[in-house]
Design a protein around this ligand. Structure first.
Ligand code: MG
Length: 247
C-alpha cells in the first residue's frame, strides 16, 4: 500500500504565517508531497492566494478581496511577516516549480458563500498558461465548482472536500460516495475527526480515494497514518514528516 501523503496546509500555518511567501518558501524545502493553498479573485481578475474571503484577519487591510483591485491589494502587509503581501497564484507556482511538490489549490467562495462567477475558468486558464495543470489538484467544498474542471483531462485531479454538516445533510457517506462517483470525482476529503476504519473501507470498496483535512496535532496525524488515508492536510508538516518517517 502506498504510504499516506502529506499536504502542508496553507503552507504550514502553525509554523509560519498562513498562505505567505515565507511559508511557501519554507514548505518548498520540505519533503512533503503537496502544498495546500486557497485562492480568491481580485476585482480586476488577479488570482490572489489567501484563505478568508475578507482581508481583516490576516492583513492590515479590511473588507472583501473581490472588491479591491490588485493595485490596492499589492500594497497590503500580511500579519506576522516582515514585509510579505498576499502572493498571486503565479508567484506560488514559481516557488514550487523546481521542486517535486504538487500543488493542491482550493477554490474558495465569496463572502456570501457563493462561488465567484466564472472564477473556475480564470483559474484553469492561468494554470494552463503556467503549464502546471498536470501537477495541480483542485479542491473545493462545492461539488458544482469542481464540475467546471471535469473536462480538463490534463489536470492532476480533483478532490471534493465534504464537511461534517454536508456529510449529514446529504445522508451519510454512502450518498457522498454516490455523488462523488456521479461527478467523476476520484477522491474525497473529510475532516479527520469523522474518518473511521469503516469509512476508509467503504471508500476503498467503491474505488474512491479518501483523504483527511485538518490533522493538525500528533494524535490526529498518527490516527490518519494508521488508517492509511491517501493524504492529510496539516498545519504542522514538520511533525507530520517526522511521524511518517519514524514508522
Ligand atoms: Mg484550504
Amino acid at each position: 500500500m502506498r504510504s499516506t501523503a502529506i499536504a502542508s496546509h496553507r503552507g504550514g500555518a502553525m509554523l509560519w504565517p498562513e498562505n505567505s511567501p515565507t511559508a511557501f518558501r519554507e514548505t518548498a524545502q520540505l519533503p512533503v508531497d503537496f502544498v495546500e493553498f486557497d485562492v480568491h479573485p481580485s476585482r480586476d481578475g488577479v488570482i490572489v492566494v489567501h484563505h478568508d474571503a475578507t482581508l481583516d484577519r490576516t492583513t492590515n487591510g479590511t473588507g472583501p478581496i473581490s472588491e479591491q483591485n490588485w493595485s490596492e491589494l499589492s500594497q497590503l502587509k500580511l500579519r506576522g511577516t516582515e514585509s510579505d503581501r498576499p502572493p498571486v497564484l503565479a508567484e506560488v507556482v514559481e516557488i514550487f516549480r523546481s521542486t517535486p511538490i504538487l500543488l493542491r489549490l482550493e477554490i474558495k467562495a465569496g463572502v456570501d458563500h457563493q462561488p465567484y462567477p466564472d472564477f473556475e475558468q480564470l483559474v484553469a486558464t492561468e494554470l494552463d498558461a503556467l503549464e502546471v495543470l498536470d501537477r495541480t489538484i483542485v479542491t473545493s467544498f462545492l461539488l458544482g465548482v469542481l464540475s467546471h474542471f471535469r473536462p480538463i483531462t490534463t489536470l492532476a485531479g480533483r478532490i471534493w472536500l465534504v464537511n461534517p454538516m454536508v456529510l449529514n445533510a446529504v445522508g451519510g457517506l454512502e450518498q457522498v460516495i454516490k455523488l462523488a462517483k456521479d461527478a467523476g470525482i476520484a477522491e474525497i476529503g473529510l475532516r479527520q475527526e469523522v474518518i473511521t476504519a469503516a469509512a476508509v473501507a467503504a471508500c476503498r470498496d467503491s474505488q474512491l480515494r479518501i483523504g483527511a483535512y485538518a490533522a493538525h496535532d500528533e494524535a490526529a496525524m498518527t490516527r490518519m497514518l494508521d488508517l492509511g488515508v491517501s493524504v492529510f492536510t496539516t498545519d504542522d508538516p514538520v511533525s507530520a514528516l517526522r511521524l511518517r518517517r519514524n514508522r
